[in-house]
Design a protein around this ligand. Structure first.
Ligand code: AMP
Length: 402
């Protein structure tokens, strides 16, 4: 893995009182009255912010929020999030009406040492998403250092994640470092055997993911709706299940490639089927080869879950993306719940390193009551998936030291 300058290096190299720009992801869900509904992302920023504040820097927090597309949109102001951040930190957090120009400069230079100011949404300027060099230079202008702690925005080459690093010494925040360490433990240099679960609705949205994981893992569990397409590709009738008929050849190609790469693909031996995906349905268990014509697969069956748990027993590292079934409606959450709880128990015993993230995965693991016991759960969505797909993330590449 490339090396990054850490916050310890920043503290050693930068005089107290200096202005440090801190790229965070403050893009958290708000309710109608502007109250933060889920502060998980904010919580993860606190260690870095506390360290920078205790080191006596003047801290300007940069972030995007929503998709204002280069215009000022009042509902997408970061002002309410600045005050939520202040509550979590237990200190006043100031707010500046703009992230560049006099407003930013004045707000930052008048902060006390250790003071924190959230600068207004970077995406109010078109230069942000365009990674415009002049805008990046304007962002950097007041600062003596820049810290990126927003892994979830690192898949975008935007001015505040990428361009800015050309103008100011750049460091990796603590949350970013934790995410990179977890991802390295998962795919960079994992303890083997390495097992991955890819679940969720469709193959078509996860082709790159399946390709990269089948090249790198020892076992690849395919679950959720996408398993139906694989079963159909093997010639099984999947009744009225969600199935991508145009992807059958692709599914066969993925299975052939996995075999070449010595990766065992694990498909469900049995399934839970029902007449429709709706509340109040009682699931029926059947063999994967015997799905009735008028029923749809909505979850993996108990034998499939046993196979998955037995594979976890043999594994040292687990990567998990996507649910094993339509977990939002009972009883179709059973396979996801059981497998997640089993992985959590192995992790607690120190037998398994478990890393999960992307899409609905965090919700599915939390629903199973297992998320807290996983070694690492990424809240990063797109950036987590792109990393698992083997792509270079521009925000990470920009942190690497020559
Ligand atoms: P994704 O966003 O691709 O990770 O897909 C997650 C969605 O897949 C969830 O909303 C699940 O309800 C859905 N899903 C999982 N298994 C099935 C299935 N067997 N049939 C239909 N939808 C499913």
């Amino acid at each position: 893995m490339s090396s990054y300058k850490t916050l310890n290096a920043l503290v050693d190299e930068t005089a107290a009182g200096s202005i440090v720009l801190f790229r965070a992801d403050l893009n958290v869900p708000l309710d109608e009255s502007g109250i933060v509904r889920d502060a998980t992302r904010l919580q993860r920023l606190l260690p870095s912010l506390e360290k920078l504040s205790q080191s006596g820097f003047r801290i300007g927090v940069l972030s995007h929020f929503g998709r204002p597309k280069g215009r000022r949109v009042a509902e997408m102001s970061l002002a309410p999030i600045a005050s939520a951040l202040g509550d979590l930190l237990g200190q006043d957090v100031a707010f500046a009406e703009d992230c560049i120009g006099d407003a930013a400069q004045n707000a930052l230079t008048t902060l006390p040492e250790g003071g924190i100011c959230v600068l207004e949404n970077t995406r109010f300027h078109a230069g942000e998403e365009a990674d415009d060099a002049d805008f990046a230079a304007a962002l950097a202008a007041p600062a003596q250092a820049y810290v990126n702690d927003a892994f979830s925005a690192a898949h975008r080459a935007h001015a505040s994640t990428h361009g800015i690093t050309k103008y100011v010494p750049t460091y990796c925040g603590l949350a970013m470092q934790a995410e990179l360490d977890a991802l390295n433990a998962a795919l960079g240099n994992p303890k083997r055997p390495l097992i991955a679960i890819v679940g969720g609705a469709k193959i078509s949205t996860k082709l790159d993911l399946l390709g990269n994981l089948s090249a790198k893992t020892d076992t690849l569990v395919i679950g959720g709706g996408m398993a139906n397409t694989f079963l159909a590709a093997q010639g099984h009738n999947v009744g009225t299940s969600l199935c991508e008929d145009s992807m059958l050849d692709t599914a066969r190609a993925i299975m052939a490639e996995a075999e070449k790469q010595d990766c065992t693909i694990l498909l469900p031996r049995d399934a839970v089927v029902a007449s429709q995906f709706a509340a109040g349905q009682s699931g029926e268990i059947c063999a994967a080869q015997a799905v009735p014509d008028n029923k749809m697969i909505l979850d993996a069956g108990p034998d499939a879950v046993s196979d998955i748990c037995a594979a976890f027993d043999k594994a040292a590292t687990l990567i998990w993306n996507g649910p094993l079934g339509a977990f939002e409606i009972e009883p179709f959450d059973a396979a996801t719940n059981k497998a997640a709880q089993y992985a959590a128990a192995l992790t607690r015993k120190g037998q398994l390193t478990s890393i999960a993230g992307g899409g609905d995965t965090v919700a599915a693991l939390n629903h199973a009551g297992a998320g807290d016991d996983f070694s690492y759960v990424s809240t990063a969505g797109g950036a987590f998936l792109e990393w698992l797909e083997g792509k270079t993330l521009p925000g990470i590449a920009a942190l690497a030291q020559e």
